[in-house]
Design a protein around this ligand. Structure first.
Ligand code: C5P
Length: 235
């Protein structure tokens, strides 16, 4: 069985404050884009979780692996699985690549192992893996709040002209923790993504990428998530 794990972009991202747990309080409109990984599930011996296709990422740091183990722990399911990921979404790009794979493992294995968990339960498990995972388990265009665990379908945000979307990922890995760590109150409200000033201070390649899309005539050019991807809309 194969499922698509779609990348996301953040159409808005407001950092509302810091939380006692060290994370930041967010409000962000998140939408899936066509770019996706393919996540394939095959039978394996009982208890085994094997993940292929994420070279260089150790198992305990691999979000897809953690999602499968979390499902076993939460349900007591002892079945095994071999997960193959055909990776296309770049890492450190603000496109939610690792989170999309984890979300696909939660929803896909729920069916593959016949676990019968509700979408709400899968989103709650996703929140234990990463801040973007609940939104990607939900799917579609959503409003993400809290640390990322509060997700609602986004009814009142205008539907973007998707056919005009231009996405560019400069060749730099942006560390989410570093970008949040460099965030300052004065960064708020300069554009539609409050993390953009910090990311541009840390990674000049992102500033250059924004300028490149603007020079090409794109409108409403901005960064996705904590970068490094930038996007805009053809006139
Ligand atoms: O949840 P996730 O593992 O994706 O977060 C990566 C890092 O991003 C965290 O360690 C934290 O530094 C930062 N973060 C944050 N507030 C959020 C989400 C992420 O500070 N709401």
């Amino acid at each position: 069985m194969t499922v698509e794990a779609h990348a996301k972009i953040n159409l808005t991202l407001e950092v509302l404050g810091t939380r006692p747990d060290g994370y930041h309080e967010l409000r962000s409109v998140v939408a899936p884009i066509p770019l996706h990984d393919d996540v394939t599930f095959a039978d394996a011996e009982d208890g085994v979780v094997a993940v292929e296709g994420c070279d260089g990422v150790p198992a305990e740091k691999n979000l897809a692996y953690r999602a499968a183990r979390l499902l076993q722990d939460a349900t007591g399911c002892r079945k095994g699985v071999r997960i193959a990921i055909a990776k296309r979404i770049p890492m450190g790009a603000g496109l939610g690549g690792g989170s999309a794979d984890a979300a696909a493992v939660l929803t896909g294995l729920n069916r593959f192992w016949n676990l019968g968990l509700s979408a709400d339960r899968l989103m709650a498990l996703g929140a234990e893996i990463g801040s973007d995972v609940p939104a990607l388990v939900h799917g579609g265009m959503v409003l993400m709040e809290g640390r990322g665990e509060k997700v609602t379908a986004c009814a009142d945000y205008p539907t973007p002209a998707w056919e005009k979307l231009v996405v560019y990922t400069p060749p730099v890995f942006s560390s989410t923790a570093r970008v949040y760590g460099d965030f300052r109150d004065a960064d708020r409200g300069a554009g539609k993504n409050d993390l953009q000033p910090a990311a541009c201070r840390l990674y000049p390649e992102i500033r250059d990428a924004l300028a490149k899309l603007e020079a090409e005539g794109c409108r409403d050019v901005m960064m996705s998530g904590s970068g490094s991807t930038v996007f805009g809309w053809r006139a």
